[in-house]
Design a protein around this ligand. Structure first.
Ligand code: GDP
Ligand code: IMO
Ligand code: MG
Length: 423
């Protein structure tokens, strides 16, 4: 059997959680491959909204196994809160959720280092979620990190102390005024570690490859988005992991020749939370309307998301880097009511027209060149079939498909599981 991948093609929050939930019934295993509690994946059904951080979005389905892969970074404290949030839904987390021993641990001091690093940058800050993601991946690649498997070792506490002491020295180096009570943070951390120990730790790469040999199907769930990828995103305003398709191979131990479909999720417009360039960003009433109608507030930090028109230059780039085989267009309903819609099809780069993403996409170098499309007025949120969609929306969809060369297979018209139209 093969694995399919599902990932975001923009700057995150495309609606990955919703679609993983919609697709889960087709898969035996849902496996998260990178990122950590910087992610907030929203699912809505039966009138209830859930936001998942590190737990894969297949957790609400009785028949599927959910795996937190080796590429993920886990904060036991945040994870504990997530587990508590699931308690009232009668989910057998013990049997349905497995954690890779090779996933890295976010320590309280990683969170402090994240805060110190951001504070020291002033206006140039990345706008990190302050969950300790960057410092934890730095320790991973620097070969200093602690992993889930280390929790099982007799000298875990000593290993923890060695690393935490080093972090405290590093925080001093930043020379910023950071107020914290480490003893309290550590007490919370170790209590959460004890709870974490009640779950099953596995060597997930063996588990997943064995599952493939047995004919089981896997859906790999990405976090963040392709433009936040450590290599291919808008560096340095990115996250610290490989959010693109290759990250599923390194983050799960699944070989490239086992990957079949790559589902690329994108919003019918664009959003970004945190700092960094965003060529099609709107600073006018249209952007405000998108934010309001689309309820564009971060599911993790509550920060307002910046909004703008769909950027096909960037989308095509993401489709190419990921080898996307099918597109899922989200939040089409948010665009209802505009007379005209703009779609960026090229950039003016230092005065020259280009149709690829250049090295530097800051506003002083890049201005979007738009094509105008006719808008539609209908409310889409109650529609259930493709045929009923307004002609202008169908034209919008076809225009995107033609530009990027990949079919749009699903159109999402609302946050609920049921508001999903298959084409
Ligand atoms: P993720 O991080 O990619 O899983 O996305 P988030 O959950 O952070 O953000 C997507 C937001 O849009 C959530 O609040 C979803 O409930 C909501 N959402 C998803 N699909 C749609 C849609 O088609 N229409 C509308 N209006 N909201 C949607
Ligand atoms: P999901 O999975 C949107 C952004 C942050 C910041 C940058 C670096 O819900 O789509 P980090 O904390 O990773 O060091 O922050 O990346 N960011 C996200 N933006 N959705 C996310 O995840 C994000 N995870 C990180 O806002 O700009
Ligand atoms: Mg999100």
């Amino acid at each position: 059997m093969t694995a399919d991948l599902l990932l975001g093609l923009q700057w995150g929050d495309e609606g990955k959680g919703k679609i993983v939930d919609v697709l889960t019934s087709k898969y035996d295993i849902i496996a998260r491959f990178q990122g950590g509690p910087n992610a907030g994946h929203t699912l809505e059904f039966d009138g209830i909204k859930h936001v998942l951080r590190t737990i894969p979005s297949g957790i609400f389905h009785k028949k599927s196994i959910n795996i937190i892969g080796n590429g993920v970074v886990m904060d036991p404290v945040v994870f504990q809160k997530e587990i508590e949030g699931l308690q009232k839904f009668d989910i057998d987390v013990q049997s349905r959720l497995l954690i890779s021993r090779k996933a890295h641990l976010i320590l309280p001091t990683h969170r402090l280092l994240d805060a110190a690093s951001e504070a020291s940058k002033g206006k140039a800050k990345i706008g990190s979620t302050l969950k300790g993601i960057g410092p934890t991946y730095m320790d991973k690649t620097g070969r200093n990190g602690l992993r889930i498997g280390d929790i099982e070792l007799a000298d875990f506490k000593e290993r923890y102390n060695t690393l935490a002491e080093k972090h405290i020295d590093m925080i001093k180096f930043y020379d910023v005024d950071l107020q914290y009570n480490l003893a309290e943070m550590e007490a919370e951390f170790f209590a959460a570690v004890e709870e974490l120990k009640k779950l099953t730790f596995i060597d997930s790469e063996f588990y997943l490859n064995q599952a493939l040999k047995e004919g089981k199907s896997i859906l790999a769930e990405g976090a963040q988005g392709s433009l936040l990828d450590i290599d291919f995103g808008t560096y340095p305003f990115v996250t610290s992991s490989t959010t693109t398709a290759a990250g599923a191979c390194t983050g799960l131990g699944i070989a490239p020749n086992k990957v079949k479909d790559v589902f690329g999720i994108f919003k019918a417009y664009t959003t970004r939370v945190g700092s960094g360039p965003f060529p099609t960003e709107l600073f006018d009433e249209i952007g405000e309307t998108m934010a309001k109608v689309g309820n564009e507030f971060g599911s993790v930090t509550g920060r307002a998301r910046r909004c703008g028109w769909l950027d096909l230059v960037a989308l095509k780039y993401a489709v190419e880097v990921n080898g996307v085989t099918a597109l899922y267009m989200m939040k089409g309903d948010v665009l209802s009511g505009f007379d005209t819609l703009k779609v960026c099809t090229a950039y003016s780069y230092k005065g020259e027209e280009i149709d690829h993403l250049p090295y530097n996409i800051e506003a002083e170098n890049v201005q979007p060149i738009y094509v105008e499309k006719k808008g539609w007025k209908q409310d889409l949120t109650g529609l259930t079939s493709y045929d009923k969609l307004p002609d202008e929306l169908k034209e919008y969809i076809e225009f995107i498909e033609e530009y990027v060369g990949v079919p749009i297979k699903v159109i999402s018209v609302g946050p609920d599981r049921k508001q999903t139209i298959m084409k």
